[in-house]
Design a protein around this ligand. Structure first.
Ligand code: SF4
Length: 387
């Protein structure tokens, strides 16, 4: 069965307030019946508050509207994020005086407050869900869309998968990319060959292991799978393999599923703002130029459908290559523009595909535009040719 994704385009027919994104967010909140669903609920609003000099996360104007809607409906809202982003969130505008509710570290100030869930996946045995997430009775998952160096794309899945886990699990999720073996030192006994392989990488992704100089370590985040290292590697000594890159996205889907399992059916809502989309995550502590045109605001009860719709809509745009940092390289132009940016094995759709297999939702959806664009007729008394 098709899921419904509500959408408000960033584009306007007329330059009027009622056609801007905050107004379209209001329409989405209405269509999701958020007010009617939150009476007496403890509502965790999971968003990314960024850190340091980030200014491209969800503007407080949007957060305030969500908070007010929850209060209007009789719910008790609070914003949650990981400890190092929640601390100092007021410096980026997320103060209770501005957004209308407090901002808390989801797993406590030292990330020691969590509930453990056993669900083995490769090197991960337990998933430590942040205490305030599991203690809340309703969750609004409000994601800012951007690129991501581990999986190509940060959306609704990533917002709760990483952001609702305690630090130990976030670290384990990144480490899982190293679970499948990619380096075979027995096929590369000559240190000079190792040196050549490392020097072949223009992104310093392939480095000597910190603990053992005979071992190589691949920084998956920096690797765009260009294949230069493979051209000088002795046969069979190194793999740049889909399994390593997909592991992160599969872990993201499992983590999101574990988080969602702590809520009763119907007690989660997913929203996303696709504006000022940068190449990398809001964790980096800075904002760079946008690499895709603003797309709009999205909302759904189905997390799979939501991220799928976000990717489908943003994927119709061209990557703004003039805005890329000069340190990045585009060597593939197939698939979603975030894939162009982070390499063919970081296909942003993988998490959704895996999430659908886990039964979290459907990639088949109907996109409902809450305020479709009009073709505005221009009228004049007489015909005058435009210059
Ligand atoms: S595939 Fe390219 S980016 Fe990745 S480690 Fe090899 S040379 Fe570096």
């Amino acid at each position: 069965m098709k899921s419904t994704v509500f959408f408000g385009s960033a584009r306007q027919s007329r330059l009027e307030a009622k056609e801007t994104l905050p107004a379209k967010l209001d329409l989405i909140i209405e269509r999701l019946k958020l007010r009617e669903r939150v009476k007496d609920e403890m509502v965790a609003i999971k968003m990314h508050t960024g850190n340091n000099m980030v200014y491209s996360t969800i503007h407080p104007v949007f957060v305030r509207r969500v908070v007010q809607a929850i209060k209007d409906g009789g719910g008790k809202p609070f914003v949650v994020d990981v400890n190092w982003d929640a601390a100092g969130a007021e410096q980026r505008g997320y103060a209770s005086e501005v957004i209308g509710c407090p901002v808390y570290p989801a797993a406590g100030p030292e990330e020691k407050y969590f509930y453990s869930h056993e669900r083995p996946y490769k090197s991960i045995k337990n998933w430590k869900v942040a205490g305030l997430i599991e203690d809340s009775s309703f969750m609004v998952n409000f994601a800012h869309i951007k690129g991501h160096p581990s999986c190509g794309f940060g959306g609704a899945f990533k917002n709760i998968a990483l952001g609702c886990m305690a630090g130990e699990t976030r670290g384990a999720m990144h480490d899982v990319m190293h679970y499948d073996r990619y380096w075979f030192p027995e096929k590369c006994p000559d240190p000079a060959d190792r040196q050549r392989m490392m020097q072949a990488c223009p992104f310093e992704a392939l480095v000597q292991d910190k603990k053992d100089p005979d071992q190589l370590h691949l920084h998956m985040e920096q690797c765009n799978q260009c294949g230069r290292c493979l051209q000088v590697a002795p046969k069979g000594s190194l793999k740049i393999d889909a399994a390593n890159f997909s592991s992160f996205q599969e872990a993201v889907a499992i983590a999101a599923d574990v988080v969602m399992s702590t809520f009763k059916p119907g007690k989660t809502v997913h929203m996303a703002l696709a504006t000022h989309m940068t190449p990398v995550c809001d964790c980096f502590g800075f904002t760079s130029m946008q690499v895709l045109p603003d797309a709009g605001v999205f909302g759904s009860d189905d997390i799979v459908a939501l991220d799928q719709a976000v990717l489908d809509v943003t994927g119709k745009s061209q990557l703004i290559e003039d805005n890329l940092p000069t340190s990045m390289e585009v060597h593939t132009r197939e698939g979603h523009p975030f894939r162009w940016l982070h390499g063919p094995l970081k296909d942003p759709y993988i998490a959704m595909e895996y999430g659908e297999k886990l039964g979290m939702g459907s990639r088949d959806y109907e996109l409902v535009d809450v305020l479709p664009l009009e073709k505005v007729e221009r009228s004049s008394m007489q015909y005058i040719a435009a210059h």
